[in-house]
Write a protein that binds this ligand. Structure first.
Ligand code: C5P
Length: 236
């Protein structure tokens, strides 16, 4: 049987990956993988279990416990993806910047990344998959039919993150947020394993001055040209 097609969307935080992936997955009716949420959930569980993020083997051990219980649902509005862990919506908890920062620390460990690999690939189910992350096109789904890499200038990304957090009732200092995002970028791009970089053949889109509909429109145009969409009924 032919393997289900995959669209990967990689890039740093605040570039609009989550929104774009949610729009594509709802439009096409494809599955959605928010891989960043997975690293964030691990960070949350490590914290709850009193495990330091540097303890790679122990953190990787948590993967077995959470795998069967995580689901992603693409949604409308400002929170594009609902993350369900063990039946509960953990979105607000894991979107905190502390969680993102801890996630980026534990994501540097090979044992942790390895433990998540097969599980991430198991999302490749019919009719197709839209995968959001840092290494979706380079490592997890190197054979993806379409690879997109989003960028945006750091200040614009910090502004978006600030707005998202505020809407969730999470108030942070803007300057601290800029610093935390810059630090996370440094860690994600400079790490040895699966560093953040565009995959070969990825289509790069700078979203600094584009709205979500504009970015979605550009990618939808490429998808129409590249995929047979005869089975997609809910054309937006
Ligand atoms: O995308 P998000 O901001 O939720 O990701 C949180 C952190 O998880 C990132 O800063 C990155 O270090 C890590 N991550 C990763 N590989 C992915 C997705 C996220 O290393 N595919």
């Amino acid at each position: 049987m032919a393997r289900p097609p995959v669209i990967t969307v990689d890039g740093p935080s605040g570039t609009g990956k989550g929104t774009l992936c949610s729009l594509i997955s709802r439009w096409l009716g494809w599955n959605l993988l928010d891989s960043g949420a997975l690293y964030r959930i691990l960070a949350l569980l490590a914290h709850r279990n009193g495990i330091p993020v540097a303890e790679a083997a122990q953190v990787a051990g948590l993967v077995r416990d959470i795998l069967p219980d995580v689901r992603f649902i693409s949604a409308e509005g400002d929170e594009p993806v609902t993350v369900i862990l063990d039946g509960a919506d953990v979105g607000a908890l894991i979107r905190r910047e502390e969680c993102g920062s801890a996630a980026s620390s534990l994501a540097a460990h090979g044992t942790v990344r390895e433990a998540l690999l097969a599980w991430q690939r198991s999302f490749q189910r019919p009719p197709g998959l839209v995968a959001d992350g840092r290494d979706m096109g380079t490592v997890v789904f190197p054979d993806a039919e379409l690879k997109v890499f989003l960028t945006a200038n750091p200040r614009e990304r910090a502004k978006r993150r600030y707005k998202q957090l505020k809407e969730k009732g999470i108030y942070v200092s803007f300057d601290n947020l800029v610093e935390s995002i810059a630090e996370r970028d440094r860690r994600d791009t400079q790490r040895i394993l699966s560093p953040l970089k565009p995959a070969d053949g990825a289509i790069e889109i700078d979203t600094s001055t584009s709205g979500r509909d504009d970015v979605f429109g550009q990618v939808a145009e490429i998808i129409r040209k590249r995929f047979d969409l005869s089975a997609v009924h809910n054309i937006m």
